[in-house]
Design a binder for this molecule. Structure first.
Ligand code: UDP
Ligand code: MG
Length: 149
């Protein structure tokens, strides 16, 4: 089963949206296998956003993600990456469809509430920045047969 790495960014935590945002992921049937409340360190932020190092928004992005606590999650399920990215919506809330997290809760690209890895490989690399692999919990929801045929 596929793993996806998700982070509720500082604005989501500060705005009291943790529960509402996790609910949107959880209600699909996707399964949480790890979850942590943490303040991202400078080192973690630089690793996480290394691909954007040369972009003009990079320093603001690192400042934002390290500014206040976040919630990091690993979720598991069939097509977890694509499904999660669809629920999260386009990077800029202005382009994100209504019904997506960014479309429903955001205004600006620099305060877009949530991160979700864009591929299976990146999810694995990113989850390793925040979790030890032993922290991923192996469990079987009792609803599994009603989520998967
Ligand atoms: N970002 C920004 N300004 C931009 C583009 C991106 O502040 O012009 C931030 C935004 O928080 C975004 C993150 O950088 O979520 C990573 O950008 P990416 O293109 O990977 O978007 P995502 O995968 O988060 O949709
Ligand atoms: Mg990205």
């Amino acid at each position: 089963m596929e793993h996806e790495f998700v982070m509720l960014k500082p604005d989501a935590v500060q705005r009291g949206l943790i529960g509402q945002l996790i609910t949107r992921l959880e209600r699909t049937g996707l399964k949480i296998v790890a979850m942590k409340f943490l303040k991202v360190s400078q080192d973690q932020a630089e690793k996480h956003y290394e691909v954007h190092k040369e972009r003009p928004f990079y320093s603001g992005l690192v400042k934002y993600i390290t500014s206040s606590p976040t919630v990091a999650l690993v979720i598991e399920g069939e097509n977890a990456v694509a499904l999660t990215r669809k629920i999260v919506g386009a990077t800029n809330p202005l382009d994100a469809s209504p019904g997506t997290i960014r479309g429903d809760f955001g205004i600006q690209i620099g305060r877009n509430l949530i991160h979700a890895s864009d591929s299976v490989e990146n999810a694995l690399a990113e989850l390793k920045i925040y979790f030890d692999e032993s922290e991923l919990v192996n469990w079987k929801p009792v609803t599994n047969n009603w989520v998967y045929e």
